[in-house]
Design a protein around this ligand. Sequence first.
Ligand SMILES: [Cu+2]
Length: 247
Amino acid sequence: MLNFLGMPIQASTHANDVDSLIVIVHWLMFVLFIGWGAFFLFVLFRFRKAANPTASYTGAKGHISKYLEIGIVVIEGVLLVFYAIPAWATRVRDFPDKTKAVGVRVVGEQFAWNVHYPGPDGKFGRTDIKLIAADNPLGLDRTDPDAKDDITAINQLTVPIDEPILVHLSSKDVIHSFGVYELRVKQDAVPGLEIPVWFIPNKAGTYEITCSQLCGLGHYRMRGFVNVKTKAEYEQFIADEEKALAK
Ligand SMILES: [Cu+2]
């Protein structure tokens, strides 16, 4: 049912909910398109000049159009109340338990995605705008005890499969948008705000992070990758990074 829309693969647990809504809306729009199109053709024929030399001053008297419009409003209301709002609520209200989710900070900048893992202690180290430099794009303060084991990466977000991932999203300069189509995730990154966004990836692979807000001249090349790995591979990745840090 989805193929005709050319949707990307579904790589997160909530992807199907998003797609069902998109499909239902497309079907509704298809029915409306056919209905209104047929009505338009009917009107062109029914009220043609040859059959109606004098204009009607009263207009249509039937109630069918009124009932049809009420019907459409009801269907749209059902879509909103029973599909769209519940699907959205699970994204913005039912956040996973912080202690169980894999927490990671993602900070957008012109034109890259900076990734910040808290390391084995689970605590993000202090960051300071004064410490931002070419080799420290996050401004991480390595003298802070919480920062000692923190891992940073640029444009590569590695996460384990089948676990809730809680991304704390922010930006250093302008508004960016963290869009990963295969995960059906899209959230603006706004300077001065830390916006949480979560998902459970359920298909291993590499998916592109496309900045989805026009953010400047280099917007087109602001791309990163989400690497969804098995739990063992993810743990190996963290261990390797920790080893490299200790050197
Ligand atoms: Cu951007």
